[in-house]
Design a protein around this ligand. Structure first.
Ligand SMILES: Nc1ncnc2c1ncn2[C@@H]1O[C@H](COP(=O)(O)OP(=O)(O)OP(=O)(O)O)[C@@H](O)[C@H]1O
Ligand SMILES: [Mg+2]
Length: 357
């Protein structure tokens, strides 16, 4: 298997570096279709950053979040008990900060502070602890950066609907009010981003950065790196566009033309199943707190838009669009107000499905 080096993203890196060079003032939402390379970009950037930054990178993907306590726990990394090794336990914030490396996978905490954080079941305690810790980081001459990847997962947490509100208030505090810490929230859930985008409390307090599939030039450069023939490059671009995960799959594959065709057949079958099933079952989705029945004809009407277009401008998200987004078939770009398939392969698969709809 070939090792794939990090590719391109110069524009996005420049943009994020400019944000990091300035005083923290807005929350940055990083969004894009699934598998477009958001996490890879963030991880690469973190590696490149100088030691003057302390980065708290928390990926919620791997966390099990079913309650408020789970969420709070997911933010923190308990200091290891080192009594056995006869090392002094870290008792103060300064001691906890001194043990932090450039990148940490959770906010450092010890048992005593953790008790305080969980006291009264209120996010306020956790947030005030984090602010104190970040102030301590700043006092050592470093700039804290908080990155929450897969942020939409907090949507699963049930705490009277107010957790997200309190979390955003906390982010606003860290950025616009205190200028203490850079905050990046990463998500590929475009319905979540759409919801967040129209959130009144975030107006003028956040910015959105799109990480999309590679453009044609970047894709061709990538394929050149791995010695694709001209024919293979044409086929790869035609079927996969600039979707990094598919391109990586092709790099590692011997019969590339057969492979892309196989990928299309597979995706067409999957989409076909998700759509045609609506002919035989009455499927409902929860939309704006109401159960709405999905109509096959309404779904195909949306998909038909892609028979000769690659994207289109939308006025509002309908239950059918929401269904297609949740099934990872379509992607909503709420900043540009357009809808498009999640990737080139999805576009082609939709067209195949629509031929027999
Ligand atoms: N800039 C890049 N250079 C090389 N390979 C990349 C790059 N970006 C992404 N990839 C490849 O594509 C795969 C998917 O990328 P990644 O997981 O970062 O996407 P994502 O947008 O975070 O996905 P998700 O929507 O699931 O969060 C990676 O495992 C990597 O192999
Ligand atoms: Mg990711």
């Amino acid at each position: 298997m070939k090792r794939i080096a990090f590719h391109d993203r110069e524009k996005e890196i420049k943009e994020i570096r400019a944000i990091l060079d300035a005083e923290p003032s807005l929350i940055t939402f990083v969004y894009g279709p699934i598998n477009s390379g958001k996490t890879t970009l963030i991880r690469y950037l973190i590696e490149q950053l100088p030691e003057e930054y302390t980065i708290f990178y928390i990926n919620l993907r791997t966390k099990f979040l079913s309650s408020y306590d789970d969420f709070i726990e997911s933010l923190f990394e308990m200091e290891m008990e080192t009594d056995g090794a006869k090392r002094k336990r870290k008792e103060t914030l300064a001691e906890l900060v001194s043990s932090a490396t450039k990148v940490v996978a959770g906010i450092p905490i010890n048992k005593e502070f953790l008790d305080y954080v969980f006291k009264d079941n209120k996010p306020k305690n956790a947030f005030s602890y984090i602010i104190k810790l970040f102030e301590e980081v700043k006092a050592t001459g470093k700039q804290p950066v908080l990155i929450l990847d897969e942020l939409q997962k907090i949507g699963d947490v049930n705490v009277n609907g107010s957790l997200i509100y309190e979390l955003f208030n906390f982010f606003i505090d860290l950025t616009k009010e205190l200028h203490l810490c850079h905050v990046f929230a990463v998500s590929s859930d475009s319905l979540f981003i759409e919801q967040v985008y129209s959130e009144a409390m975030l107006q003028g307090r956040s910015r959105h950065l799109l990480v999309d599939d590679f453009n044609e030039v970047a894709t061709m450069d990538f394929l050149d790196r791995y010695n694709f023939s001209d024919k293979e490059k044409t086929v790869a671009w035609e079927y996969c566009g600039g979707n990094p995960i598919y391109l990586v799959e092709l790099v590692n594959c011997e019969y590339r033309e057969e492979k892309v065709k196989e990928m299309l057949v597979l995706r067409t079958g999957e989409i076909n199943q998700r759509i045609k099933v609506l002919k035989i079952v009455n499927k409902k989705i929860l939309f704006e707190d109401e159960e709405i029945e999905l109509k096959y004809e309404n779904i195909t009407r949306i998909l038909d838009e892609f028979s000769d277009e690659e994207s289109y401008a939308y006025e509002m998200i309908t239950p059918e669009i929401a269904y297609l987004v949740r099934e990872n078939i379509l992607f909503v770009d709420s900043v540009r107000r357009i809808i498009k398939p999640q990737s080139r392969l999805n576009l082609l698969a939709i067209r195949e499905v629509m031929k027999n709809a």
